[in-house]
Design a protein around this ligand. Structure first.
Ligand SMILES: [Zn+2]
Length: 567
């Protein structure tokens, strides 16, 4: 067994003190993941590890040498009981990191617990010690746990992989428990907030039981939602039987929350629904090469359009099916998703499978060029799922049936590869789907939404009501008008303007976003003055906006629409 002791006495300095005790292999190597499953960016968690030291059984200092960015080596340690101690700087509020201060102790073991190469399969015990003044904190985690005395807990994991995929939080928490389809759930919120817990419970119960019912069973025996309420941070990370969420406190349900949830609360419900769905899709049903992660380097997959895209399709659809939102609210969420797709010029440059593969260097590293050159596997993946669902339903099946097949396969140890979706669609309908699916995922051709929607009694109308002035996304700043991004086909780009330029004057007048908008509608050419870095530049601009396409979805035939919208 591998044993960790975690102490938080230096929480004011945002330090976690970790002591690992284990029987070492000869020339034992210790390492820390460079990334955390579910978040596809090399995070270099080892940058926050400080003062690593090692001792033998008698407390004598041993040599421990760092030999790679995230790896340490011990020498001549055959089967000796070794102690390795170090500190971890923990002041990252995100769902991926570790954060400690006087209000909250939050740890993703992926960034705090060094693993032992060759001993990954061993059971793990983590003892957590709270300083006296924080002993009133409550514990939330998906791991099995035991309270020894107040302020001292033991957490258990079957393996290192389970440990690093199970965050835990100690804080003053608001919490409630409930059962969904007989499975115990915990819902935990920390941070300042005024959540209407009764409403939250009523809605989350419906969401959970709708998802379990859709798949027929759950891949977990218990589940914990851990939510941190903040001013405006947003995010979520899925784990096998828990999720870590961070949300603006205004997104939590209010005391007087209307029957149809506010847009803010819908966003939080969608986040819960999304991360919960991942317990099936990506934690249990996985890409073949994610069965055992190599956390030392990027884990490439061209299938995130399934794992994130399908999840993004179901997150809102489940809100409708569980009765938490109504049909109009669902259609406006879907409209927003389609508008995002239509207004992203990068959809004509990058396919959704390329976008999946390049998540590590593109999607997770957005810059001023991302919109021109990239597509989102969340956004387009969601619409690919919609096209597949509608297409399958036209042939007497559904994406639900496909999801159940994926789940059944995973239960039999068969995971997802490049051919799985083609094969399952063929199996479900008897038709050959190769060309259609290839079109959806490997090309940048437009999606066939305009052909599919009318089959389900929904009219799909494109409009160009809005336009971007000169093809520029602009923001008023004290120093002038900041160009946040510039479309490649826009009048601004054609004149030489670029993202990050600060426009200070047009035609002799002080620039504001409003003024740029006015000029963009005029005929003819005029001068635009801007700073690029600290250099003053002049541009001759020919007016024109870039039209922004928008869709109008309207149910014309309710009976037909229900063939899609009901499970
Ligand atoms: Zn996701």
């Amino acid at each position: 067994m591998l044993h960790y002791q975690i102490e938080f006495d230096d929480y004011r300095q945002h330090l976690i003190h970790v002591t690992a005790r284990f029987l070492a292999d000869p020339t034992q190597v210790l390492s820390l993941p460079t990334w955390i499953p579910g978040s596809y960016l090399i995070r270099e968690f080892s940058k926050h590890i400080e003062s690593v030291r090692a001792y033998d059984e008698d407390g004598r200092v041993l040599q421990i040498q760092k030999f790679e960015k995230n790896k340490w080596r011990l020498f001549n340690t055959d089967h000796e009981l070794i102690t390795v101690e170090y500190d971890v700087y923990a002041y990252d509020l995100s769902v991926r990191g570790a954060y400690v201060d006087q209000n909250r102790l939050y740890v993703n073991p992926a960034c705090a617990c060094l693993g032992l190469d060759g001993q990954e399969g061993k059971a793990v015990e983590v003892e957590v010690f709270l300083p006296k003044e924080l002993r009133h904190f409550q514990l939330a985690t998906g791991l099995k746990s035991k309270t020894l005395v107040k302020g001292r807990y033991t957490l258990y994991a079957d393996s290192y992989a389970q440990l690093i995929d199970s965050p835990f939080e100690l804080a003053d928490q608001s919490r409630f428990s409930f059962e969904a389809n007989g499975i115990p759930h915990e819902f935990v919120v920390s941070g300042k907030h005024a959540m209407n817990a009764q409403r939250m419970q009523q809605d989350i119960e419906k969401i959970c039981s709708t998802e379990i019912s859709m798949f027929g069973s759950a891949p977990f025996k218990d589940y914990t939602f851990m939510t941190m309420a903040t001013g405006n941070s947003y995010g979520g990370l899925e784990h096998p039987n828990s999720t870590s969420l961070i949300t603006p406190r205004d997104d939590l349900p209010k005391a007087n929350e209307p029957e149809q949830p506010s847009k803010d609360y819908q966003r939080f419900l969608g986040l819960c629904s999304h991360e919960y769905f991942h317990s099936w899709l990506v934690k249990f049903i996985r890409p073949e090469n994610f069965v055992n992660y190599d956390l030392n380097k990027e884990g490439y997959t061209s299938l995130l359009w399934i794992f994130e895209g399908f999840t993004s399709y179901y997150d809102d659809l489940i809100l409708l099916r569980s009765g938490v939102i109504n049909q109009d609210a669902y259609l406006s969420l879907l409209k927003a998703q389609i508008d995002r797709y239509l207004q992203n010029p990068g959809r004509l440059v990058q396919s959704v499978s390329e976008s999946s593969f390049d998540a590590w260097v593109k999607f997770y590293r957005q810059d001023e060029n991302s919109n021109n050159a990239g597509t989102s596997y969340y956004n387009k993946g969601c619409l690919v799922a919609l096209c597949l669902d509608l297409g399958l339903r036209l042939r007497g099946s559904s994406l639900d049936a496909l999801m159940r097949k994926l789940y059944e396969n995973a239960q039999n140890g068969i995971q997802v590869n490049e051919r799985t979706i083609f094969n399952l669609c063929n199996e479900l309908t008897g038709d050959d789907w190769l060309e259609q699916i290839n079109h959806l995922i490997n090309t940048t051709d437009e999606l066939p939404l305009d052909q599919l929607f009318p089959e389900f009694g929904v009219s799909f109308t494109l409009k160009n009501d809005k336009s971007l002035p000169l093809g520029l996304k602009l923001a008023d700043k004290p120093e002038g008008v900041l160009v946040q991004s510039a479309r490649r086909d826009g009048a601004g780009t054609n004149a030489g303007l670029s993202a990050n330029d600060v426009i200070v004057a047009i035609d002799g007048l002080k620039a504001t976003v409003k003024l740029v908008e006015q000029y963009a509608k005029l005929e003819g050419t005029y001068s635009v003055y801007a700073f690029r870095r600290d250099e003053f530049m002049q541009f001759e601009v020919q007016s024109a906006g870039s039209e922004l396409a928008e869709v109008e979805l309207k149910i014309e035939d309710q009976v037909k629409a229900e063939k899609w919208l009901t499970a």
